[in-house]
Design a binder for this molecule. Structure first.
Ligand SMILES: NC(=O)c1ccc[n+]([C@@H]2O[C@H](COP(=O)([O-])OP(=O)(O)OC[C@H]3O[C@@H](n4cnc5c(N)ncnc54)[C@H](O)[C@@H]3O)[C@@H](O)[C@H]2O)c1
Length: 287
C-alpha cells in the first residue's frame, strides 16, 4: 500500500498539468509549481479543461471533478514542496534547468524519505541524482502524453536508486494512479523514445526531402499500419522542441546518426513552430 499522499509537481506545462491532474483524480494532495503565476494559471486552466472533458465523457462525476480540482494548489515558490512525499519534475527537457531544479528540491524537500522523480524523456537520471545529496531516492517516472489517457509509465532507476525508492515509485504509479509500469535502464530515451524518436525523425527527413506530403506520410501510417496518429502529427503533439531535445540527448549518448535531429526539425524550432501547444507545427491547430 502506497504511503505517498502529498505530491509536488514542478513545471505546469502539458506534462506537469497532466501529472497533477491524474494525482488529484486519484485522491492525492498536489502542489503544482511553475516559474511565473501566469504559467501556473495556464496549467490550471489546462487541468480545468481536461476535467471538464472527462465529466462530459462520463468518466468522472461533477462531484469528482470538483474534488479533484480542490486538491490542486498552484505555487510559484518551491518551498511549498517542504511536505511532499513525492516530487515529480516535469520542466523543459534541458539538462541545466533540470539539474538546477534538483539542487533546489534537495534543499527544500524536508522529508528525508521523499522520492524525487523526473519525468525526463532522455536525460540520464544519474545526472539529476548526483545534483542532490540523496541519489538513492532519485528515480525516473516517465509518463506519456496525454497523461490522463495513456496508461504507461516507464520506471527508470539509476545505478544508485535504492530498491525501496523503486518499489515506492512503482507502487504509487500502479496502485494509486492505476498506470501500467515497465522498467527501463537509465539510458537516454529509455524504451519508448529509443524506438519512437528515430521513426519521428525519419518522417521529418522524408517530408524535408520532398518524398511525400505531411498528410500522405501521416495517412500512410494511420491507414496502412493502424497507428492512432501519424508521425508528424505525433511530433506536433509531443512538442517539436521536446522532440529535438530528446533526439539531441540520445545523439549525445549513442553518437548514432539515426538520433541526429533532422535539419527541418531544427528550423521549425528556431521559427517557434513548436507544434500543437503553440497552435502551429507541421499542421495548424486553430483554438
Ligand atoms: N510532451 C510529451 O509528449 C512528453 C512526454 C513524456 C515526457 N515529457 C517530458 O516532460 C517534460 C516537460 O515536457 P512538456 O511537454 O510538459 O513541456 P512544456 O513545454 O509543455 O512545459 C515545460 C514547463 O517547464 C516550465 N519550466 C521551465 N523552466 C522551469 C524551472 N526552472 N522551474 C519550473 N518550471 C520550469 C515551463 O515554464 C513550462 O511550463 C520534459 O522533460 C519532456 O521531455 C514530455
Amino acid at each position: 500500500m502506497s504511503d505517498i499522499d502529498v505530491v509536488g509537481v514542478v513545471g505546469a506545462g502539458q506534462m506537469g498539468a497532466g501529472i497533477a491532474e491524474v494525482c488529484a483524480r486519484a485522491g492525492v494532495t498536489v502542489t503544482l509549481f511553475d516559474i511565473e503565476a501566469g504559467i501556473v494559471d495556464r496549467g490550471m486552466k489546462r487541468i480545468d479543461q481536461s476535467l471538464a472533458r472527462a465529466e462530459r465523457g462520463g468518466r468522472i462525476t461533477a462531484g469528482e471533478r470538483a474534488e479533484a480540482r480542490s486538491r490542486i494548489t498552484p505555487a510559484t515558490d518551491l518551498r511549498a514542496f517542504a511536505d511532499a512525499r513525492l516530487v515529480v519534475e516535469a520542466v523543459v527537457e534541458d539538462e541545466t534547468v533540470k539539474l538546477d531544479v534538483f539542487r533546489r528540491l534537495d534543499a527544500v524537500v524536508a522529508d528525508p524519505d521523499a522520492v524525487l522523480a523526473s519525468n525526463t524523456s532522455s536525460i540520464p537520471i544519474m545526472k539529476m541524482a548526483m545534483a542532490t545529496n540523496r541519489p538513492d531516492r532519485v528515480i525516473g517516472i516517465h509518463f506519456f502524453n496525454p497523461v490522463p489517457v495513456l496508461k504507461l509509465v516507464e520506471i527508470v532507476p539509476s545505478l544508485l536508486t535504492s530498491e525501496r525508492t523503486e518499489q515506492r515509485a512503482r507502487e504509487f504509479a500502479t496502485d494509486v494512479l492505476g498506470k501500467t509500469a515497465v522498467r527501463a535502464k537509465d539510458r537516454a530515451g529509455f524504451i519508448v523514445n529509443s524506438l519512437l524518436v528515430p521513426y519521428l525523425l525519419a518522417a521529418v527527413r522524408m517530408l524535408d526531402s520532398g518524398f511525400a506530403s505531411a498528410e500522405d506520410i501521416d495517412n500512410g501510417m494511420v491507414i496502412g499500419c493502424a497507428h492512432p496518429m501519424g508521425p508528424l502529427r505525433l511530433a506536433d503533439l509531443i512538442g517539436l522542441d521536446t522532440v529535438k531535445a530528446i533526439a539531441e540527448a540520445m545523439y549525445k549518448e549513442y553518437k548514432e546518426p539515426l538520433y541526429a535531429p533532422a535539419p527541418l526539425l531544427l528550423r521549425m524550432v528556431q521559427a517557434g513552430r513548436l507544434g500543437k501547444k503553440v497552435g502551429l507545427g507541421f499542421y495548424d491547430y486553430p483554438d
